[in-house]
Design a protein around this ligand. Sequence first.
Ligand code: FMN
Length: 236
Amino acid sequence: MTRVLAINGSANMEKGNTHKVLTAFLEGMKEANATVETVFAKRLKIRPCLGDFQCWYDKVGECIQTDDMESLYPKLREADILVLATPVYLPLPGEMQNLLNRLMPIVEPVLEVHEGRTRAKFHDDVKISKIVLVSVGGWWEKDNLGTVVRIAEEIARNASVEFSGALLRPHASLMNENKEKGEEVLSAAKSAGAQLVREGKISPDTLDTISQPLISEEELIERSNVAYRKAKESSS
Ligand SMILES: Cc1cc2nc3c(=O)[nH]c(=O)nc-3n(C[C@H](O)[C@H](O)[C@H](O)COP(=O)(O)O)c2cc1C
């Protein structure tokens, strides 16, 4: 059975748009018989990485800090698929960044050059073979999620595992307003989850349905600016 660990970095946790897309994705995975677990980065006490490389060259594979990462490391070692779910905060919410930096102890520093880049690998006791991204943003264009995609891709490549793609939902709050399209997006996210577990990959068409425009760019910008002007007037 496939084990999935999802890390949700949204500050709004269960109320956020990240949660909406992630929940549908995980639902599809469950339908394909995977076991799934979600952790919220904000709910965990995770200190910043000390940056002293003790986990690489002193106590190999162990972090000397005592905080909630202690209970997360065993879950990370047991998962087959790691889902990184985060809003774009140019680039990431702080809690998510702290957690990602603390992945160092599960990475083994046997360095090799692949396609001109220095890469390591996960320790042999880490089962993760795929990393997939779920990311949402507020602005209209999908390209504005590109930095987060690059980060998730780099994490996968640095650990020498597959990057299985990205479920990207720009202007995510519109999912709530445009109910019909919103349902279409969530249903595609669910299908993406089932595809990844059953077939090992997600079809490009499904990913396009998740990212489809829900409003025109001009309308979204006009609405945002009107809302801001009103807020400014009422606070002056
Ligand atoms: C500090 C901060 C920075 C943000 N930067 C971006 C950004 O660069 N691009 C974007 O599309 N949305 C940006 N957003 C909007 C969030 O990505 C958006 O509100 C998203 O729905 C938040 O996810 P959540 O609903 O799960 O909390 C930013 C929000 C915050 C609070």
